[in-house]
Design a protein around this ligand. Structure first.
Ligand code: SF4
Length: 181
């Protein structure tokens, strides 16, 4: 069960009040559905985080989605070749708003040791990234820490953020339309 301690609640006799944006943020933060986009070794570490030792399901996140339309957290773990970059972008575009991106490991974040003609030097060249997890590979604890940072972002994001000019400008830089067309 996720934590909802950030939810401000006012109790009265027979009723309870809170702020709608806080309730929505708490619901979103505690029901993140990840889409694992795992291509190499970092993907194995991510799988480790799903095992009983690390128990990613402690957040109620055991429901992995392999359909972009039913996922709101894109977890990119592994080396992304330039040839694969358009596919990654298409997967991102197919996800509904609001959505977040976690870049796991040196390869996904910067190309890692593969400074070559064929490897994308960081997924933020094609899609916006919310949280980067360093390491080659990062341990499952680091991946879980990255996911908890995503939870914090989700909890504190205003419900109108995705309609803001700033958000539109951010996607414009990547030539991506809101809700992907
Ligand atoms: S960062 Fe290291 S462990 Fe992760 S995919 Fe690249 S080479 Fe493999």
């Amino acid at each position: 069960m996720g934590k909802i301690e950030d939810l401000e609640v006012f109790n009265g006799e027979g009723y309870q009040l809170s702020r709608l944006d806080k309730v929505i943020a708490a619901a979103r933060a505690n029901s993140v559905w990840p889409l694992p986009f795992a291509t190499s070794c970092c993907g194995i570490e991510y799988m480790g985080s799903m095992g009983s030792n690390y128990d990613l399901a402690r957040f109620g996140m055991e429901r992995m989605s392999f359909s972009p339309r039913q996922a709101d957290l894109l977890i990119v773990a592994g080396t992304i070749s330039k040839k694969l970059a358009p596919i990654l972008k298409q997967v991102y575009e197919q996800m509904s708003e609001p959505k977040w991106v976690l870049s796991v490991g040196a390869c996904a974040s910067s190309g890692g040791i593969f400074d070559t003609y064929s490897v994308l030097q960081g997924i933020d060249r094609v899609i916006p990234v919310d949280v980067y997890v360093p390491g080659c590979p990062p341990r499952p604890e680091q991946i879980i820490d990255g996911i908890m940072k995503i939870h914090e972002l989700v909890k504190h994001e205003g419900i109108r953020n995705r309609y803001s000019e700033e958000y539109k400008a951010k996607l414009d830089k990547y030539n991506i339309e809101i809700n992907g067309k």
